[in-house]
Design a protein around this ligand. Structure first.
Ligand code: UDP
Ligand code: MG
Length: 328
């Protein structure tokens, strides 16, 4: 009989929305405890925030024993922060979600309900996303591309938001790779997976904390960790170029043998050199992406460093004061 769940959230410079997050999460956890008779644990990973996030989280935890605040020694990034949370979560099922309220806490109830019907993994799938414009287009293009090229059949509409039961989580934690793409690893683990649809909201406050460079890196991690197709594409490209070069050489020999006088210009050699140069550089770049990741893996550095773990304590002050982070 399952008895507890953990909710893992990475937090990086989110002071502007923590109050709302705490209020909504408290309501959701209270509801789950009374409806399903499950104990809740809320693991918040402070990923080296430079604002007052950590202080506010500690204030919350001083009045709610369900909280566990992991303070990382610096900013390690979204995926390492989630990894830290997963390794420290103790629940029979663990839910991962972003801490910026783009993943609505109210959906946790649906995830838990689906888990209790026997699904080992429940993925929250976006029916719609809040990102518009160029960013929205890039997200769609990335998911379409990943769906096509990954060696594993990948879901396209989901991010990190979802639930895993203890068995699936333990298997996921055995995957030690450093360049992590959680939605892919979760698919890799297998088990019976269910989906719950939701509308991705705007973040409650503040700006996105992941820069474009980080998002690109994350996208590359997804592609290179789950596909050998770029390497095979180089091979195919090399083959095609060699084939045409051979045909062209044959053509030149025949022209010579037939004593046809062709005036040699510089267009053909120039185009050939530029084309081949470009293809070679791209190929080296692709090899480099794999090589850098191999290098990163062999170094075997830990994914993160924890400075401090703050565990929640039973409430001593009225809830109204807690909701303000003790700042009244
Ligand atoms: N985040 C983090 N470390 C980082 C960047 C982001 O822990 O270096 C957290 C952030 O606080 C938020 C979640 O990861 O809870 C998702 O970040 P963000 O909203 O910036 O990403 P996006 O929604 O744009 O993918
Ligand atoms: Mg966000």
């Amino acid at each position: 009989m399952p008895r507890s769940i953990s909710i893992v959230m990475p937090i990086y410079n989110e002071e502007a929305l923590l109050k709302e997050l705490f209020e909504r999460m408290t309501r959701v956890m209270d509801g789950i405890e009374s409806e399903f008779r499950l104990a809740c644990e809320w693991v918040l990973v402070n990923d080296g925030s430079r604002d007052r996030s950590f202080e506010i989280l500690c204030n919350f935890s001083a009045n709610d024993r369900r909280l566990v605040v992991l303070d990382l020694s610096r900013n390690f990034g979204h995926q390492p922060a989630i990894q830290a949370g997963l390794e420290h979560a103790s629940g029979d099922a663990v839910i991962v979600m972003d801490g910026d309220l783009q993943d609505p806490p109210e959906l946790i109830r649906e995830l838990v309900r689906s888990w209790l019907t026997g699904n080992a993994i429940v993925v929250a799938e976006r029916r719609s996303r809040a990102e518009r414009g160029i960013k929205g287009m890039m997200f769609s293009a990335f998911h379409a591309m990943l769906g096509r090229i990954s060696d594993l059949k990948m879901e396209t509409g989901s991010g990190v938001f979802g639930l895993m039961d203890r068995r699936a989580l333990n298997d996921l934690l055995k995957l030690k790779e450093r360049n992590r793409f959680l939605p892919g690893l979760r698919t890799w683990v297998g088990y019976q997976q269910a989906h719950v649809l939701y509308d991705r909201e705007e973040r409650a406050a503040g700006k996105p904390k992941q820069s474009f460079t980080r998002l690109f890196r994350y996208a590359f991690d997804a592609i290179f960790s789950f596909s050998f197709k770029p390497l095979r594409a180089i091979w195919t490209l090399g083959f095609i170029v060699s084939f045409f070069s051979f045909c062209y050489a044959l053509f030149l020999v025949i022209v010579r043998l037939l004593h046809i006088n062709v005036v040699a210009g510089f267009t053909t050699p120039t185009v050939a050199i530029l084309l081949l140069g470009g293809i070679q550089l791209i190929s080296i770049g692709i090899l480099g992406e794999y090589l850098a990741r191999i290098y990163d893996e062999v170094k075997q550095r830990p994914h993160y460093v924890i400075r401090e773990i703050v565990r929640g304590e039973p409430a001593t002050v009225p809830p109204a004061l807690v909701a303000t982070g003790g700042a009244l």
